[in-house]
Design a protein around this ligand. Structure first.
Ligand SMILES: [Zn+2]
Length: 253
């Protein structure tokens, strides 16, 4: 039983335990090229949360990982079989209910550990901060916590070399041989500004990629995945340790 994982702990251990920071991993249920499982984003977000919390807890930080939310925003992919879309308004309602519980039980620091590119919690955090003024709510995209080029030859963003390597390391039994994977070729917008990222529109996924992947996974190895995963855990763990020790009434210097 790990006392920093709510799903594993029990009332006896928890009732007198002081918790400074709650962590909510949030993923998605969606196709990841041909070779990775639909739960890829959930498996990675949850494993990163658990291992980071283990390190932080061992160092004295009192953090608690909540069960992961398995559905993300997939509005641009509704023609891909069983990609389960959860609308942003639904996500806001779910976040509100969970944060209400934290607030009642005086766990005033809350982190959303996001693992899916279609999820964007920033505006929700602003709105919830207004509703729950005692709470310090923040978010983090774990996939932005490191430099991709330090570990991988090819970048992409979806079922690419990075995601494939980490999944090969974490759950090799759920990853098909790379001979089964598509190349993850993707198309760009014809409108230049949309490719330069300072203008934004949602992509129609099946018009952009034919195998649902973006980024070539063929150079993936579990060894690359292990190195990268350990770096992510080191980063996130030091972040949550800092956060759990921070005084939310004195955050600036
Ligand atoms: Zn993914």
């Amino acid at each position: 039983m790990k006392p920093y994982i709510l799903a594993e702990t029990n009332w006896k251990a928890l009732k007198d335990q002081k918790i400074d920071l709650a962590i909510l991993p949030w993923g998605a249920t969606e196709a990841h090229n041909y070779h990775l499982p639909f739960a890829t984003d959930n498996i990675m977000a949850e494993k990163i949360a658990h291992d980071s919390a283990a390190l932080a807890w061992a160092g004295g930080a009192r953090v608690l990982v909540l069960p992961a939310i398995p559905f993300g925003v997939n509005t641009g992919q509704m023609d891909i079989m069983l990609n389960i879309n959860m609308n942003p308004t639904t996500q806001l309602a779910i976040l509100n209910d969970i944060i209400d519980v934290m607030n009642r039980h005086k766990i005033y620091k809350f982190l959303i550990l996001n693992g899916h590119g279609g999820n964007d919690f920033k505006q929700m955090i602003r709105e919830l901060g207004l509703r729950y003024p005692r709470m310090f709510i923040c978010g983090c995209n774990w996939y932005q916590s490191f430099d991709n080029s330090e570990f991988f030859e090819k970048s992409g963003g979806h079922a690419d070399e990075m995601e494939t390597s980490i999944m090969q390391y974490l759950v090799p039994e759920l990853v098909l041989p790379l001979t089964e994977a598509g190349k993850g070729d993707s198309k760009k917008f014809r409108v230049k500004a949309l490719n330069e990222k300072w203008a934004w529109a949602e992509r129609r996924w099946t018009q952009v990629t034919s195998d649902t992947g973006i980024g070539n996974p063929l150079k993936a190895t579990p060894e690359k995945g292990e190195r990268c995963f350990n770096e992510i855990v080191r980063k996130i763990s030091s972040f949550i340790t800092d956060l759990s020790k921070a005084d939310i009434n004195n955050m600036y210097e």
